[in-house]
Structure formats: structure tokens, C-alpha cells
Design a protein around this ligand. Sequence first.
Ligand code: PHE
Length: 337
Amino acid sequence: MTLLEKINHVRDQFNTDLERISDLKSWEELKNTYLGRKGLVSKLFSRIGDVPPQERKTIGQALNSLKNELQNQVDSLLQTLQEKVDESHNVDYTLPGFPIFKGSRHPLTQAIDEMLSIFARLGFDIAYGPEVETDWYNFSSLNLPLNHPARDMQDTFYVDEGIMLRTHTSPVQTRYMTQHKPPVRIVAPGRVYRNEAISARSYCMFHQIEGLYVDKNVTFADLRGTLELFCKMYFGSDARIKFRTSYFPFTEPSAEVDVSCFLCNGKGCRVCKNTGWLEILGCGMVDPNVFKAVGYDPEEVSGYAFGLGVDRSVMQKLDIPDIRMLFDNDVEFLKQF
Ligand code: PHE
């Protein structure tokens, strides 16, 4: 076989081998076999010395064009193989990415944090009490002795005899006073439970923030001033409040507080049922019997207390029509806040 015939033979062999290349590994082998430093093409080049001088030019050209031809084919095969890899991974680099949704705090948690930070600025400490409560703290210590008719004001979930899910955050008042000497100024957030019919407006569990301020010469005016300031800070500077006389066994006198509807500013609308006002809390001056129950001297100290309904305040502020939406854990709903 002459060198020229060998050149053509190598080309044919290459073309046959080329057909069988389907992945990057065999492509690499092909490239080394033909175009590597000790590959078939360079072996042919090394034999050019044996060629008679008058034929060298022709053979040299034939060798160079073989080399270029093979190199081009190897290069374009590489490109084809890489495209195939991308396709098999289904990667389209021009598509926009998937958005990643960040979690957010529950609207109730946000509201409680905001309310607590307002009270913190007004000088209140934060206190906590258990959700499973004894009869003494939930009722008796709060001037609700056994058989007191006001125990029926709240439908209680009993866990055991004398043990219940707390029906309000007021037991944190007497727990705290039992452990601390006056003066005390606390707010106590938390869940409370009542066995009520479930509806758009009421649920068997909801949230309150209890407030308690006891010192020498605390007056109803202090209560009013603090609540007014709180409402302006939380609901907006236009908010006004209104006291209605009420009854709670643990306060005397007692009141319920309405805040002017944030939506219509008191004119009357769907949210406030055309009254212009929204009920948000119960409050009053701490009853002397409560002070006696915790060992405080009612002749020495006076105080006020309030219990704020968080859930309804949040519903009003965020225009949420059904309390159950707060507890359904529907991410599509919660994502909005
Ligand atoms: N505990 C009362 C309730 O659940 C609210 C309240 C708290 C009233 C403190 C007066 C003083 O409705």
C-alpha cells in the first residue's frame, strides 16, 4: 500500500468509526486514536521522510487536508453531542426561573407583636400564664366563687374537676400578683377557649391581651388615657374610643370599650354594621376582692385591668370577614399578609 492509499484508507476507517460515536467518552477515544500525539494521522506524517522528494509535495498536501478534515469532523461532532446532552436534561436556559415564596408570620402573630410593642413603649412588661388553668386562678381568685352565676358568662371546657382551658387571660393577673409585689404593670397575651357555637364571628379558641396596672393612686383616668393612646397608636391617629358601662366580677366599676370604625371613621358601614363603632375590650378598676385574694392591701393600692380581643381587632383592621379564616391555615390566604 502506498502512502497515498494509506491516507485514503485512514479516512475511510475514520468515517466508519465516526458513525458509531454516540457519547462524549467514545468521542474522546476517536479523537485520540486519529488526532492524538501518537495517533494514526501523526504516524502517517512521520513516514513522509520515506517518500521520494518529487512526491512529497502532493503527499504533504494530502496529509494536511486529511488532518484538517478529521479535525473539523471531530469538532462538529462534539457540538452535536453537547446539544444532545442539554436536550436530554431538558434545559432551556432562556426560560424565566421559578419564583421562591418566602414564608410570612401569621397575621395574628404580627398583630400581637405590634400591640405588645406599643404597650412596651408605654412601660408594660410582658407576662405569660398556662392555657390549662385551675379553678382558683380562672375563677375564684377573680371574685367568682363557686356557684357564682357569672361563671356561666363563659362556657368552659373542663379538662378535669377543677381544671379547665382558661376562658380568658385574666388568671394571669392573679398569678402574676401572687408572685410579685406592687407596683406591677404587665400585658399578657395568649390563647383562650370557650365552648361557643362556631360562626363567622366566634370560634372556640381566640386570643386576648390582658393588661394590669397596680400602684398607689391608679385611677380610671389613667385607664382611659392609656387605652386612648393605645388605640391611636394601633388603629391610627383618627381613632376615638367610647366607654360603655358593663359588668365583670373582677372589676368595679367595669366598662366595655368601642373604637371608632377604622373603615368609615365612625360614619357607619358594612364592617361596623352601620354603628360606626367596634367593640374591642372589657376593662375596669380591679375589684378589692381580687387584691385580697393575692395578698395585696386594697387600702394601699389601686389598679386597672383590661382584656383586649385580638382576633376581632385584627379582622377589623385587615377586613377579614370570617374568624375561621385565621385558623384554616390556608397558605393562599395567609400569603397576603
Ligand atoms: N376577662 C374579661 C373577658 O374575657 C375581660 C376583662 C379583662 C374585663 C380585664 C375586665 C378586666 O371578657
